[in-house]
Design a protein around this ligand. Structure first.
Ligand SMILES: [Zn+2]
Length: 130
């Protein structure tokens, strides 16, 4: 449950940040005419805010990956508690992709969620080298 909420948050956080920055841009644009120093303050806060956003992204993703690694080590899917199996196809991080038999979610061995296209891409790349 926590993993699914965290994964959803991590998926949608970029859009949330974009919308916040868009609203602040509109506020800054309007303040140029009404109270110019506020526009300058918002620009500086916007640039400094990227550090905070980077920290949030890094921390939330590391928690998500750690929860996923824990579940994958136990042999079950962090999304649906189904059984995961090793595909034998190497992932970019040096392990191999794991796939859930119930929900078909693909994971890299370090807990990162992958798309089925990544799996197919790696499989084709491996087949072309053989
Ligand atoms: Zn699953």
């Amino acid at each position: 449950m926590i993993y699914r909420l965290l994964a959803k948050f991590n998926d949608d956080f970029g859009l949330l940040v974009f919308l916040i920055y868009l609203c602040l841009f509109i506020l800054a644009f309007l303040s140029v005419f009404l109270f110019p120093p506020l526009a300058l303050v918002l620009v500086v806060l916007g640039l400094v805010g990227f550090v905070g956003i980077w920290l949030v992204v890094t921390i939330m993703r590391s928690i998500e990956y750690s929860l996923a690694r824990k579940a994958l080590a136990g042999g079950h899917c962090p999304c649906c508690e189904g059984v995961v199996s090793d595909t034998g196809i190497p992932d970019p991080m040096g392990g191999s992709f794991l796939i859930c038999r119930e929900c078909s979610q693909v994971f890299e061995h370090d807990g990162r969620r992958a798309q089925e296209e990544d799996l197919a891409e790696e499989d084709e790349a491996r087949a072309s080298t053989l």
